[in-house]
Design a protein around this ligand. Sequence first.
Ligand code: CA
Length: 195
Amino acid sequence: MKKLCFVMFCLSLMLGRLALAEEARLDVSGRDSGIEVANVSASENSTGANPSWIADEAARKRSASFQTPVTKEAWTTATYKFTPKADGELRIDLQGNFSKAEHVWVYFDDIKVTGATIKNGDFEETNTQGTFPTGWNFMKKDGVSPEYVTEGAASGKGCIKVCQNWRAYQMISVKKDQEVVITLQVKFAGSEERK
Ligand SMILES: [Ca+2]
């Protein structure tokens, strides 16, 4: 019986570990503009959908969430697609996957968009001090912020480090029925225990 308990304990640890797989996450939101986001899909190494965790159907149709598994060893390239159902602005948020146990930090770089215009998707344009990428907003709280990073970028010199609690975001202009295709590179940047 003790042995069985031990096996069950090991299995639960393994499953817990699987559930903690590190992923980059990009959310698209038409919450403010009321724009629906249809035909959500992602490249084979990723997932993309109108998020099942939003219970209200109308709100769910105005959102899309994409996730890509990341490693510390190498940058991963992913492609995300969706079609806006009206002209206007959508917000995109760059973050890591949600975990109750950890803050999952992820690097983003080399974001290219067709069908809409993104500002400074390669994070190469900065303020005069070279400490902040223009065109982006950083979500700051509890004295912590996303980071602008100038070492080890996937493309050029700069990239950013974000997680679910501390995101980078901007508004992109979209057109009715004009498919938006986002390609980007992501990499795991480490995790820390939630306090
Ligand atoms: Ca870059």
